[in-house]
Structure formats: C-alpha cells, structure tokens
Design a binder for this molecule. Structure first.
Ligand code: GDP
Ligand code: ZN
Length: 301
C-alpha cells in the first residue's frame, strides 16, 4: 500500500494506481490526513477495457496499528502507518554505539506502538565481549537483539528472517551501515535518499515522503529520506516513564503519585537505581530525555 497524489495500492500480486473516493479525501483519521503510506485499504477496480489504463478507487481505510510519526512545528503527523517494528541499528566500529540514542529510539518506537529491535552492526570490528556487554542491557529488558556484519555476512540470515512478512523501519545514525545491511539482505534494496520539494505561497519548503520497499518473500522496509526521519519529539515528558519498561512496575511505589523520578524523596526508581536494579545508563537516558529542551518543546498532548 503506497501513496502519492494517485495512490499506488499493492494487493500482493501487483500494484494498482488508484484514486481516492471523495469522502475519504475529506474525512480525517485521528484529526490528521486521511491516507498515508502503509495504510491498508479496500479498493475496487473496474473491468478492464482495451486501450484504457485501469484505475482503481479506494473505498475504505482500515484502522491502523503502529505509526511512524514526525513532528513539524507543534503538530505531529503520521508518516507511515502499520509499521510493525523498528530495527535500531548501531555500530560496533565507527560511529561508536551510543546507548542514549538507542534509548531514544526505543521510547519513540514504543510511543508509536512499534516493536523495537536492537541491532549492532560491524561486529567484525570489535571483540565479541564488547558487543555482548552493549546488548546485554537490552536483552535483560526483553528486547530482541541482533549481531550483524554487512562485511562478513554474520547475522544477515537472522535479520532477513526478522524482516520477513512485516513492515519495518531501519533507524540509526548515519554511517552505522543501514544501507549496507539492506543490500546484504536483498541486493538492490538500498535506502534511497532525497527529498520531495514542493512549492507553496510562502516560498520553498521541503517535505519528505516515505515509500515502502518490497522484500522478496513478503514484507516491507520503510524508506524515509533524511536521517531525522524518525523524530523523537513526539513523546510528552509525563508519558516518558511508561516507555522505560524497568520503571513501570516500580512507579506505583513512589511516594508521590506525580513523581518525575528526579529529585523527589521516596522515589522507587531512584531506590532501584541505588540497588543496581536499574541500569545507570538507562536512568541517565531517562533524565536526559525528560529534561531535554527540544524534547519538551515539541511534546504534544
Ligand atoms: P548508513 O549511513 O547507515 O546507511 O551506512 P552505510 O551502509 O552507508 O555504511 C557506512 C560505512 O560503513 C560504509 O563505508 C560501509 O562500507 C561500512 N560498513 C557497513 N556495514 C559494515 C560492517 O558490517 N562492517 C564493516 N567493517 N563496515 C561496514
Ligand atoms: Zn519516582
């Protein structure tokens, strides 16, 4: 299910160009745009006539599950619908793995109802105990992990199997090997980069548009131009605690119901931290995200 001015609908066999029924154009889903990349739709195709290109009509849109969102100004909108999982790629070589960045991606994934998967690539460049140590934090929290090398081919089968039949986003900072991994999974399936530029009365502005790359054997990888494609400013600070799984069961034990787990007395999170039951890196990520000006400014309720 792809989308343009004319929507391109993939029925699993072929792609149909479709127009969108008027009511769907005007009706807004969740107060946002009515159709987006990844939406599952019902459509009808008129009987084929010779010499006329068949064009379907989209009649209905199914409720969405996971949503990849982006913030523009003070509003968030859905870039891609029905995303199942986010493969958070880090690198064992350069650039060095950044736990804080991984935590940010995990928070955003969970906020968008997507499953986070932590992948460490370039394992050919670091000793195994280093990568094990990095991933062990996330394994203890219950997140699926992957160890890969686009160079040696290690872990590529596992990655391919994980992508099969699902709609996935590959996230991670530039240079970690996202394109290399996708090319290893399926040659020719590199991430493209670029922006769709359109003109409006206020002058030039750029909009980014996502497409879905189809995997042989089923499944899609979301292709979003630009590294900031996966915006993290969507999570209201007061909801942040929900996305730190190791916090959740402890929160009811904080003395104050509105405890932010920073300086408050009787905080169960701080207590668990002192007892080494919460990883200090994770707690630091929470504090940074909670106090980050950018994060707070963009948060929408
Ligand atoms: P992206 O920006 O995340 O898409 O990263 P690229 O796929 O462009 O890779 C960045 C650089 O890392 C390139 O020079 C790749 O050849 C290199 N690279 C990617 N994967 C690996 C790997 O598993 N091992 C090693 N040694 N280098 C890799
Ligand atoms: Zn607390």
């Amino acid at each position: 299910t792809l989308f343009g001015r004319i929507a391109h609908v993939d029925d699993g066999q072929r792609v149909w160009p479709c127009t969108i029924r008027g009511v769907l154009r005007t009706r807004r889903i969740d107060g946002r745009s009515s159709l987006t990349v990844g939406d599952r739709v019902g459509f009808v195709v008129p009987a084929e006539r010779e010499g006329v290109e068949v064009e379907g009509v989209i009649e209905s849109v199914e409720p969405r599950h996971g949503e990849l969102k982006r913030v523009s100004g003070r509003r968030e909108h859905v870039v891609v619908a029905n995303v199942d999982q986010v493969i958070i790629v880090t690198s064992a070589g350069e650039p060095k793995p950044k736990p804080h960045l991984v935590d940010r991606y995990i928070v955003s994934s969970l906020h968008g109802k997507m499953q986070p998967v932590v992948c460490i690539n370039k394992v050919d460049l670091a000793p195994a105990d280093e990568t094990d140590c990095f991933l062990s934090v996330y394994e203890r929290l219950g997140y699926p992990t992957l160890r890969t090398s686009a160079v040696t081919g290690m872990g590529i089968d596992a990655l391919r199997a994980l992508l099969m039949g699902k709609e996935s986003v590959i996230a991670g900072q530039s240079g970690v090997g996202k394109s290399s991994l996708l090319n290893a999974v399926q040659p020719g399936l590199a991430l493209r980069t670029g922006t769709v530029i359109d003109e409006n009365s206020k002058g030039r502005h750029t909009t980014t548009r996502a497409t879905l790359l189809q995997l042989d054997g089923g499944g899609y990888v979301v292709d979003t131009p630009g590294v900031r494609s996966f915006d993290l400013g969507c999570v209201p600070p007061e909801r942040l605690e929900e996305y730190f799984v190791e916090f959740v069961e402890r929160i009811p034990h904080c003395k104050f119901p509105d405890c932010a787990h920073l300086q408050e007395t009787g905080c169960a999170i701080k207590a668990a931290l002192d007892e080494n039951k919460i990883d200090p890196q994770r707690y630091e990520s929470y504090v940074r995200l909670f106090t980050e000006p950018e994060f707070r400014k963009n948060a929408t309720k």
